[in-house]
Design a protein. Structure first.
Length: 219
């Protein structure tokens, strides 16, 4: 039986591609991976052959096409209810969906000034007042999730969920830009950074040769 195919962008830079990729890898969901190097002359047309939005990631599962990171994750949660991609408890589940949606639609200062760059190391760069506010809100979210719902394990809701995948690129950003956090948030970051799937992604990112200037402003 054919397995789904996930079309992604450059692993060094594409935080949105990482999110559903990490869900599938972490949960042992079989899939084929197709990488399209972004911002080349042919990239847009190549992506449009798969994604009506012209953006990655996009999941192809038989005749179904699902684009947008969070939509793909929701689809995976429905297709694989045994993976527990949302918490079973209704209160925890609604909170997990809320913080995931907040990541999906917010933190534009952080995303603009501290772009994901797995190969880079830019301590202290990008710290605008807006970025500082985003960092404060993100650590607040992590700590509240852990305090209220994380008693059964080291993730935001105990076990791995979509919420962890949504914030994994932020963990990578905090590492790249050497963001100091409180002990609880730091412990969570270490847990996410140690995931074999995330380490696999970063190892692949470090083998890429493309350099995109818009993501290398501090180099």
């Amino acid at each position: 039986m054919p397995v789904p195919r996930l079309i992604i962008g450059n692993k060094n830079y594409s935080s949105w591609s990482l999110r559903p990729w990490l869900v599938m890898k972490q949960c042992g969901i079989r899939f084929d991976e197709q990488r399209i190097a972004l911002y080349t002359d042919s990239a847009k047309q190549e992506i449009l052959r798969h994604s009506p939005s012209g953006k990655v990631p996009v999941l192809e599962d038989g005749d179904l096409v699902i684009w947008d990171s969070l939509a793909i994750c929701e689809y995976l949660a429905e297709r694989h209810p045994d993976k527990g991609l949302w918490p079973a408890d209704a209160a925890a589940r609604s909170f997990a969906r809320s913080v995931s949606a907040e990541m999906h639609s917010g933190f534009t200062e952080l995303r603009t000034n501290m772009t994901m760059n797995c190969r880079g190391s830019f301590p202290g760069k990008g710290r605008t007042p807006g970025v500082a506010a985003d960092i404060g809100r993100i650590t607040e979210i992590w700590n509240e999730c852990r305090r209220r719902f994380g008693a059964d394990g080291p993730m935001l809701f105990g076990h791995f969920t979509i919420a962890d995948a949504m914030y994994a690129p932020v963990v990578l950003r905090f590492i790249t830009y050497a963001v100091e956090t409180d002990p609880a948030a730091t412990a969570y970051m270490r847990t996410i950074a140690a995931l074999p799937a995330l380490q696999e992604w970063c190892e692949s990112a470090c083998t890429e040769t493309e350099i995109l200037p818009q993501f290398e402003r501090y180099s």
